[in-house]
Design a protein around this ligand. Structure first.
Ligand SMILES: C[S@@+](CC[C@H](N)C(=O)[O-])C[C@H]1O[C@@H](n2cnc3c(N)ncnc32)[C@H](O)[C@@H]1O
Length: 421
């Protein structure tokens, strides 16, 4: 009601415009930034008509993804990211060999990657010649340009260097459209087989996601590098969880000389982080994953033992102080979840060994959007999902664990679930 008069209409527009301008490059504290971002989403839902909303989600999002992929494929993001002072369209064309027509079209001010602030066009006149038109990086250009050069660690750029995006492209484009057929095939029941998800239909494979990665080593390396990126993007559990109290303090070398086993630990960035934060912590540190993952670990963590282990078989390390799992159980339906944990429970020393699961604990109300999206991705790819406190507790107790304690990080992000037997 408040905004119905013409004067008020104009004033809200001016307020929004000024607010958007003042927030560019602002340094809000993390709590406020996340909450403001959620409020902004509800603001948008209040402003959009239902039809516009559906158009955005169903019709406009796919072309946005395609525009991003074109920006990656034509190396527009890479070139802009590598030239912080700005780069002319002419130079992009000369350096990449991409079609001048496509580069011109994709970098036009009203095209998606500029309009959505993925790069900034510095020259407003799209009629000007390509040697005058300059593009500069915007806030998310670098992340769009990111790719891996496995020979020399991380790097940006290079036409043979787009593998991160290759994996994302395959997953984004192939599995989601098959969701309906996959559910129809399962009579709209919960997907309970890792070999019968939209992923199998989309990628035309009979293998589960992790088996498929095992047969595609380049994509598997993308996947594991991508996992390591994610760790840097969220607050680290090492900064808010009382590790000393829960791990090192009661370490009993007579029970076992192993302090920490990172089960399904991928590249080992979590166990490496632990070692760096607590260099003097007692006991052995072990990284376990499938043989093909362990043999391909890119930069083996220092002072950590690497061990091939399939977590559907007997756990070889007995009575360790802690068995740690990050983003591993959400990859599995309940039946496999229980089977993985039973092997760990079998070797846990009662009242001493701690199971530490670092995963999302879906709240009963006000679930944040990233967790909700991740849950959908897990359903599509692996028939897993993110679980609520009640679901975690029931599953953990069903395999003989007790003393289940939930810890949430101070602002947002994944929690810690501890359990003992
Ligand atoms: C989502 S990734 C998480 C990796 C790591 N914990 C992290 O947070 O970066 C899941 C991990 O489970 C591993 N995995 C899948 N099946 C496995 C199995 N049968 N035995 C052991 N590890 C397995 C994968 O290789 C992968 O490293």
């Amino acid at each position: 009601m408040m905004y119905e008069s013409e004067g008020n209409n104009l004033s809200i527009l001016a307020e929004f415009t000024a607010l958007a301008g003042s927030l560019q490059g602002s340094n809000l504290n993390e709590d406020v930034r996340l909450k403001a971002s959620a409020v902004t989403r509800s603001l948008l839902s209040a402003l959009e008509l239902p039809f516009e909303r559906i158009m955005q989600d169903v019709v406009m999002n796919p072309p946005t993804l395609m525009a991003i992929r074109m920006g990656v494929q034509l190396e527009i993001f890479t070139q802009v990211s590598q030239n912080p002072e700005g780069i002319t369209l002419q130079t992009i064309v000369e350096k990449t060999g991409a079609s001048p027509i496509l580069v011109d079209h994709q970098t036009a001010k009203d095209n998606i990657i500029c309009a959505d602030n993925m790069i900034s066009p510095q020259s407003p006149d799209s009629a000007a010649s390509m040697c005058c038109r300059v593009c500069q990086a915007a806030r998310c250009t670098d992340i769009q340009a990111l790719s891996f050069d496995y020979g020399n660690g991380r790097s940006n750029g290079g036409s043979n260097n787009l593998s991160l995006n290759k994996l994302v492209l395959i997953l984004e484009t192939s599995a989601p459209p098959k969701l309906q057929s996959s559910f129809a095939k399962n009579n709209n029941h919960v997907l309970s087989s890792v070999k019968d998800t939209p992923f199998q239909l989309g990628c035309n494979t009979e293998f589960s996601y992790f088996e498929w990665l095992g047969k595609n080593p380049d994509l598997a390396r993308d996947f594991h590098q991508w996992m390591t990126l994610k760790q840097n993007a969220t607050p680290s559990w090492l900064d808010w969880f009382d590790i000393e109290n829960h791990l090192a303090e009661d370490f009993n070398a007579e029970a076992s000389d192993v302090l920490f086993v990172d089960v399904g630990g991928g590249e080992g960035q979590y166990v490496q982080g632990l070692k760096e934060k607590f260099p003097d912590a007692p006991g052995r540190l072990i990284l376990q994953d499938l043989p093909q993952v362990i043999s391909a670990v890119d930069s083996p963590p220092t002072s950590v033992e690497l061990a091939s282990h399939d977590f559907f078989t007997a756990q070889p390390i007995k009575d360790a102080r802690a068995y740690f799992m990050h983003w591993t159980l959400h990859d599995w339906p309940d039946e496999q979840f229980q089977s993985i944990l039973r092997h760990i429970v079998d070797v846990m020393e009662p009242e001493y060994s701690n199971l530490i699961i670092h995963e999302t604990i879906i709240p009963d109300t006000n679930c944040d959007l990233p967790s909700a999206c991740m849950s959908v991705m897990m359903i599509i790819q692996v028939a897993g999902f993110e679980r609520s406190e009640k679901q975690w507790r029931e599953l953990l107790e069903s395999v003989g664990l007790s003393k289940v304690v939930f810890h949430q990080p101070p602002i947002s992000g994944e929690g810690i679930i501890e359990a003992m037997k």
